[in-house]
Design a protein around this ligand. Structure first.
Ligand code: AR6
Length: 184
């Protein structure tokens, strides 16, 4: 699913593997505070990128919930990886604000680095336990609100692991698109 362009930028939802998005300049990692290889998204990204990614990450750690840092993509087919630490649901509060901060900080890093296309996983919705629908609303509303102010960005893709999660994101985006875009 592709939403109508917002000031020229497209917001897209796909099912797939975030570590296999060769047409995107940057991908976002659902990282841990130590920026170490882990399970889920972080595991897939570090496996595909090779050990050089963790070597570059190590001096940038630890990061706080909501924070984002940028590195090269090493053996991944992208140019950059933006690592975000999402909130652990039920522990890091306010969870929705910290999750929104992840997306805003990632977009800000993208803008500062002149990145034109970026892919996001559903940050915090795996091991960190954030309910998927609530997370989708926060993520899509935050990105949608920011798109018009991020000049270099042409494409934002949400890459969801399962078909159920893809459909849920499509439904949430359709509901948001039916409302006027909030001011950023
Ligand atoms: N591509 C796209 N989405 C994926 C992939 C993939 N390859 N693999 C899993 N997902 P998670 P978190 C989905 O747990 O909740 C790590 O161990 C998954 O179904 O990767 O932010 C880190 O080291 C879920 O919906 O991230 C941290 O310790 C979503 O991506 C911790 O987990 C996020 O799942 C971060 O937890």
């Amino acid at each position: 699913m592709t939403s109508p362009p917002s000031a020229g930028a497209v917001l897209e939802i796909r099912q797939g593997d975030i570590a296999n998005q060769p047409d995107l300049e940057a991908i976002v990692n659902a990282a841990n505070a130590a920026l170490a290889p882990g399970g889920g998204v972080a595991g897939a990204i570090h496996r595909a990128a090779g050990p050089g990614l963790y070597e570059e990450c190590r001096p940038l750690a630890p990061i706080r919930p909501g924070q984002a840092v940028i590195t090269a993509a090493h053996r991944l087919p992208n140019r950059f990886v933006i690592h975000c630490l999402g909130p652990v649901y039920g522990r890091d509060e306010p969870a929705a604000d910290l999750l929104a901060l992840c997306y805003r900080n990632a977009l800000e890093l993208a803008e500062r680095n002149g990145i034109r296309s970026i892919g996001f996983p559903a940050i915090s919705t795996g091991i960190f336990g954030f309910p998927m629908e609530k997370a989708a609303r926060v993520a899509l509303a935050t990105v949608r609100a920011r798109l018009p102010t991020h000049a270099p960005l042409r494409l934002v893709r949400f890459v969801l692991w399962s078909e159920t999660d893809r459909r849920l994101h499509e439904a949430v985006l359709a509901a948001l698109a039916a409302r006027p875009c909030p001011p950023s």
